[in-house]
Design a protein. Structure first.
Ligand SMILES: [Ca+2]
Ligand SMILES: [Ca+2]
Ligand SMILES: [Ca+2]
Length: 340
């Protein structure tokens, strides 16, 4: 058992006394002088090598307790922590995010591109982690990825991934120390092969993970990744992350049982990690699609329960892909057994 210098050691017993006496009658009590544990006449004292039962019988002793070290995990001081059921341990089984944080996995040093409808570059919970000089807008072809007014999907996704932790604002992102790069791609008109290819190869030598909560329109059958985009992704998985392969993650889709992500161009690619969503009761979310490419599921909102998220899965997708990176950091993209 670990000893904390100058403080507890687990072999010692500690007693709480309701007496002003500083020693017990047989002289075995050693009064602590550290200044902690004294409240009025109650004294908190360290006692060497006596059985609990014997100590409890001594007049004035109220409580005898061995000080046991129990594992504790980092939580969050953010406004919505109490309702962050997907990560705060409120549901079972838990995604063990707290445990991962406690092991030091916070996204530090990782560059994550959020390819979506754009990011609110002034958001107070994202500011610290955003790499402004790396942002890009492939819809308007400029360096400002701000979404159109009222569009919040990309900002929500970015928050789930990398919102600042412990700042008393909003939420804590799953990878709260990651570097966020905002890429605006999704818009009302549509996206070309060139736009998609550019977005998914944007700063490819630097970006570790491209997280994508978008895809083919639901209910349109089979589609394929187009030429330039396919080349961009293939280059990423072969040369990205210094040869270990860029991580591309897509959500399985929101088409529910009316659609099937086997047909979606991106989710069915062997180069892409596809993540689906389960609700707080452990069953498929009612919008989740079923298909063989799904590599893992993560908690998302809705699905017949009253628990919701704004953006169903991007943050958890990133978390899972980060875990994959950690599990197999030298792998060249996805282990073959996982390739769909
Ligand atoms: Ca712009
Ligand atoms: Ca926050
Ligand atoms: Ca779909």
């Amino acid at each position: 058992m670990t000893n904390v210098p100058g403080f507890y050691s687990a072999e010692d017993l500690y007693v709480t006394l309701n007496t002003t006496e500083e020693t017990l009658e047989n002289g075995t009590l050693v009064k602590e002088t550290g200044g902690y544990g004294n409240t009025g006449n109650v004294k908190f004292a360290k006692v060497k090598s006596r059985s609990k039962a014997k100590l409890k019988n001594i007049e004035g002793v109220e409580l005898v307790e061995e000080q046991i070290y129990e594992e504790r995990v980092t939580k969050s001081r953010d406004a919505y922590w109490a309702v962050m059921w997907t990560v705060n341990g409120a549901v079972v089984p838990s995604m063990k995010v707290l445990e991962a944080w406690n092991l030091g996995y916070s996204g530090r040093g990782i560059y994550i591109a959020v390819v979506d409808t754009g990011i609110d570059i002034y958001h107070e919970d994202l500011r610290v982690n955003m790499l402004s000089s790396y942002h890009y807008d492939y819809v308007s072809d400029d360096a400002d990825p701000s979404p159109v007014e009222g569009e919040t999907h990309g900002t929500n996704c970015a928050g789930l991934v990398g919102a600042e932790k412990d700042n008393n604002i909003c939420i804590a992102g799953i990878a709260y120390n990651a570097n966020l790069v905002g890429i605006r791609l999704i818009n009302d008109v549509g996206t070309t092969d060139l736009m998609e290819g550019n977005a998914l190869s944007h700063r490819q030598s630097i970006i570790d993970i491209y997280t994508n909560s978008w895809g083919s329109e639901d209910g349109h059958g089979f589609s394929s990744i187009r030429t330039l985009t396919s080349a961009a992704i293939e280059k990423g998985i072969r040369t990205g992350r210094n040869g270990k392969g860029t991580i591309y993650v897509f959500s399985a889709g929101n088409g529910g049982l009316d659609d099937n992500c086997n047909g979606d161009a991106f989710t069915r690619s062997r180069y892409i990690i596809t993540i689906s969503s389960i609700s707080s009761n452990g069953f498929s979310a009612n919008y989740a699609e079923v298909c063989t490419p799904v590599l893992a599921v993560a908690y998302g909102g809705g699905g017949g329960t009253n628990k919701y998220l704004h953006c169903s899965d991007a943050g958890h997708i990133q978390f899972l892909s980060r875990k994959l990176l950690l599990l197999n950091p030298k792998t060249n993209q996805i282990p073959s057994a996982m390739a769909a």
